[in-house]
Design a protein around this ligand. Sequence first.
Ligand code: RP5
Length: 164
Amino acid sequence: MSKPLVGIIMGSQSDLRIMKEAAEVLDELAVSYELTVISAHRTPLRMVEYATEARNRGIQVIVAGAGGAAHLPGMVASLTSLPVIGVPVKSSNSVDGWDSILSILQMPAGVPVATVALDGARNAGILAAQIIGATDKALGERLDSFKKSLQTKVEAAAKSIEAN
Ligand code: RP5
C-alpha cells in the first residue's frame, strides 16, 4: 500500500486483539496505515519521537489505544497538532475498563483526544477515515457507500422481521 496516512499505535502487544479492528476497517476503506506498539510508560522516548515526527512523515491522523493508566493517547496529543483518536482498551476486570476510559477521555482544555467507546477500535478507524475523507473526494465517496451499506443491512433486517 502507499505511504501510511493513519498511524495506529498501542501501548502493548496485548492491545492488538482490539486495535487490529481499526486496521481491518481501514483495509475495507482502502486507507493506508501503519501499525506499531509504543508504550508511554515503558518507551517514553519512542513515544516522543513518533509523535513529533508523524506529521513530517505524512501521517494525517493518529489512532492510539491503551488500557489501564492509558496515557498514550493524551501524551501523543500533547506532542503533535495532528488529530488523535483514543481507544480505551479494557485490559483488566478490576474496574470494568473505567480506568482506560477516564484516563483517555478527561483531557485538559487545549489538548483534545477524540475518545471512542471501550474497545471501540473499529469506530476509531472509521473516524480516522472520515477525517481524511473530509478533503479526499474519492475516500469521501467510499465512506458514503459504506454508510449506505449500514442502512441497507438495517432495512433488510427490518423487512425480515416484519415478514415473520
Ligand atoms: C497498557 O497496559 C497497555 O496499553 C495495555 O492495555 C495494558 C497492559 O499491558 P501489558 O502488561 O499487557 O503489556 O500500558
